[in-house]
Design a protein around this ligand. Structure first.
Ligand SMILES: Cc1cc2nc3c(=O)[nH]c(=O)nc-3n(C[C@H](O)[C@H](O)[C@H](O)COP(=O)(O)O)c2cc1C
Length: 384
């Protein structure tokens, strides 16, 4: 992760010097068990476990991994959103949670093809929840029937599933190269979807301002800030225990935590180093980006949200293949009342029409690959 902004804020405290002076630069690294799922499953496991192990690597909001795979029916997977892992304050109608169901389904489908299976996906088999329904976990999001079919051509993005990342570092000052812009723009989308890009300083500048304003707003509302802080795992012990959420690890966080400077209480309290460090870190995203991208769907129906996830993960995978980094900055898209005015201005600038909805807004550019984020065990999402 980008620790530079954090370091700038807390660099004067002596805590960092204490850490390096005692030579503990390796302490509190990412626990290996939390990232073991990125090594991929053994080929010996069952078909369903194999495809679910790939699906679990999908990008998803706050890394809450809000997935339940019900395996009670033979040869099938019924996918539910996990109602205990929603984001009620920043994602009150679970639009993003449903995008995260789409990213999961797309990887599941790609893995099935790779395994010589046909995954027949029926969306919302018991009906779509209304767009203002608060709890989307009651009815299944999708029913997936797996059957043998080696006739399918393999997906050329499948090999990038395990190296895909949301790269939250500051990006190099470089416009998206024309060949990358073109390749991404040509990626086939689902019906009714469009993508757009702001490439280079002049075009990106207004979007950077919008992203900054939205981040600042969200971090100044106690309940929306608290939602993220509550899902932040500080240090190897917490990461190992939860294997989800926003992970902060490494010697800096170890020592800050040890000295009592990095607690959840401090992180939500303006005026503390932890709060300011968090602000600077998030604002760094808006500052250190030189291109932005977005994905629009024709409507904001529940199916459109899931389909946005299916296409977004393909954009993320193609970017990985091209050596391009990508990172969603979703604050401006969120549906709580305080964000409404900023969001209207953003929509006007993008030029969305009537029923259209910007589903994903992301930084895109160049930076070194980052390590993977934690994932739970596949057994943790299975219901039998
Ligand atoms: C719908 C959606 C919204 C997201 N919004 C944000 C965001 O606002 N800020 C952010 O840092 N990451 C965002 N992410 C990225 C997730 O944090 C990331 O996927 C998750 O932490 C897992 O990391 P990984 O993608 O590297 O596997 C979003 C992802 C999805 C699918």
């Amino acid at each position: 992760m980008n620790r530079r902004a954090f370091l700038r804020t807390i660099g004067g405290t002596g805590v960092i010097f204490a850490a390096s002076a005692v030579g503990l630069s390796q302490c509190n690294q990412m626990p290996s068990d939390a990232i073991a799922p990125w090594s991929g499953p053994s080929n010996q496991v069952s078909d369903r476990e194999w495809v679910l192990s790939h699906a679990l690597l999908a990008p998803n909001p706050h890394n809450m991994q809000a997935w339940i795979a019900d395996l009670t029916e033979d040869g099938a997977i019924t996918l539910f959103a996990d109602g205990t892992r929603l984001l009620p304050d920043t994602d009150p109608f679970s639009r993003q949670i449903l995008i995260g169901q789409g990213t999961f389904l797309e990887l599941l489908s790609m893995a099935a093809t790779e395994r010589g299976l046909d995954a027949k996906i029926t969306m919302f088999p018991e009906g779509e929840p209304a767009t203002d329904e608060l709890d989307v976990s009651k009815k299944p999001v999708a029913h997936v029937k797996l059957s043998p079919n080696s006739a399918f051509a393999k997906d050329d993005l499948f090999p990038f599933i395990t190296s895909r990342r949301s790269n939250k570092q500051g990006y190099l000052q470089e416009a998206l190269r024309p060949e990358h812009h073109l390749a991404l723009s040509k990626l086939p989308l689902l019906k009714g979807q469009q993508m757009g890009f702001a490439v280079g300083e002049e075009k990106v500048s207004p979007y950077r301002t919008i992203a900054r304003e939205a981040i600042t707003l969200e971090m100044n509302i106690p309940r929306t800030l608290a939602e993220s802080i509550e899902r932040t795992r500080i240090g190897a012990d917490e990461i190992s225990k939860h294997r989800d959420g926003i992970d902060l690890h490494g010697p800096m966080f170890y020592w800050l935590k040890k000295f009592g400077a990095m607690t959840k209480e401090k992180a939500i309290t303006p005026g503390t180093m932890a709060h300011q460090g968090g602000m600077d870190y998030a604002l760094g995203w808006a500052k250190e980006t030189h291109n932005m991208g977005w994905l629009i769907s024709e409507t904001n129906s529940r199916s459109a949200q899931v389909e946005a996830g299916r296409s977004y993960v393909r954009i993320n995978l193609l970017a990985t293949k091209l050596g391009v980094s990508i990172h969603p900055v979703s604050q401006i898209l969120q549906e709580y009342p305080e964000m409404q005015t900023l969001q209207e201005n953003f929509n006007q600038r993008i030029g969305v029409q009537d029923s259209q909805r910007v589903q994903m807004f992301y930084r895109i550019g160049y930076q070194k690959q980052v390590p993977p984020s934690p994932r739970r065990r596949v057994a943790d999402i299975i219901r039998t």
